[in-house]
Write a protein that binds this ligand. Sequence first.
Ligand code: FAD
Length: 482
Amino acid sequence: MSLPPQFLRELTRIVGPAGVVSTHEGRLTYECDMHTFYKGLPDAVVLPTSSAQVLDVVGLCLRDGVPVVPRGSGTGVIGGAMAPRGGVMISTTRMTRILDVDLPNRCATVEPGVINLRLSDAVKGRGYYFAPDPSSQMVSSIGGNCSTNAGGPHCLKYGITVNHVLGLEFVTGAGEIIRVGGKVREVPGYDLTGVLVGSEGTLGIVTAAIVRLLHLPEAVKTILAAFATIEDASETVSAIIAAGIIPAALECLDEPMIRAIEEGVRAGYPKGAGAVLLIELDGPRAEIEAQAEKIVGICRSRLALEVRVARDEAERALLWKGRKEAAGALGRLTRSWLLQDAVVPRSKLPQAIRAVNAIAARHRLLIAHVFHAGDGNLHPLICYDEEKPGELERAVQANDELLRTCIALGGSVTGEHGVGVDKAENLRLQYGDADLAFMGRLRRVFDPGGVMNPGKLLPSHPACGEAIRRTGKTAVPSGVWI
Ligand SMILES: Cc1cc2nc3c(=O)[nH]c(=O)nc-3n(C[C@H](O)[C@H](O)[C@H](O)COP(=O)(O)OP(=O)(O)OC[C@H]3O[C@@H](n4cnc5c(N)ncnc54)[C@H](O)[C@@H]3O)c2cc1C
């Protein structure tokens, strides 16, 4: 679809000439998110600076039945922030104001384009931070985090984004502006904040968020525990939680990942170990000293090959650098990889890992693991070389099988990244027709014209999928982590 000149003039009237990108070269930047498999070029990109402008742009699109695609920083890995049917992309990158920091009420009100880490940086001098920490927190936006209900390493202890969103200002697909939730904990009526968080731009656009701020912990301690096998490491995860300790983070990496990291980053992970657990504790100093001792004991009793408590901040930072640069480091072992994000109940981790590795062997592929073990949130990276005939197809097949395996183990097709276009069809593995039909009806309440982020989140009409181009390449630059 291409937009008539009159429509472009009206967009320009709303956001100003600097707020419209309509050249082919300009729009190419917005062709995909980090899931570069899926591409779709918007007909125009607008960069509003206020909620009122968002409202007017949505109103205009609604009038002419033009698809609307919200976009934050474009770090999503599900093909959520790209335009399979063209239309207008609304990018929030110019809505970056922290509108209010209210420390007595421990919350802040921010525009959607505020970068996650920027909010924590803005309040840390006063002893506070914003807890949800997707590994992309250096670049992803709070609007995007709300819309995908992002998780992150420290969400094990502190909860995912929805647990930290008190209220939202939202422009619905029906062209209205609504305000849900608020600074007080309990608000009457339906929990619409809960409905809108995680709605992936299919119900409308977040134009402001009231988010919870937490006190910075008094102390932090990081422990590395190495094991002979990834199953031993996964069983230790359950043992730690069963002992009544909820670490701030509990991450797991397997042998190929350790090898790649040690070749690239040299984080000091024991070479030759089958798996490494990174366990982080935070809280009052006395409490975490006692917990650290207990965890060291549990790891040793579970036959850990090595247990090491980081002695200082430099060692701690190096251990995390290895974890953070894992995805980039994997480039040493493979040309391309397909990142999956499936979740199983934590106690099923050993079984799930065994099953995924069996799938890898059956398809003659390497699948490397780096995951939020405490949440049961797996991130298998399926390695392939698209130049080798049939390898991409085998990778896609393995991807499908591992999702089915996680569902069979009582898990879900997505742990934290969301559904987007990538897993819309996979929702059928998890929900029945009645469930999906109900979700479709809810969607229409907010978006009666069907203009909001078409083709995403719910299984949809095949015509939408036809417009999506699969390129078969995925790339994450070194220095970013999943
Ligand atoms: C290296 C790397 C590491 C990552 N680590 C994690 C992780 O640990 N945990 C995790 O959960 N995710 C992770 N992600 C995925 C991604 O960063 C998150 O999903 C993030 O929340 C997306 O934010 P964004 O601003 O980039 O949104 P985008 O990618 O721009 O958009 C994501 C979705 O939200 C919608 N959207 C964006 N802004 C709005 C808005 N204002 N209103 C309504 N809808 C909107 C879009 O339409 C799209 O569907 C990672 C990604 C990368 C590349």
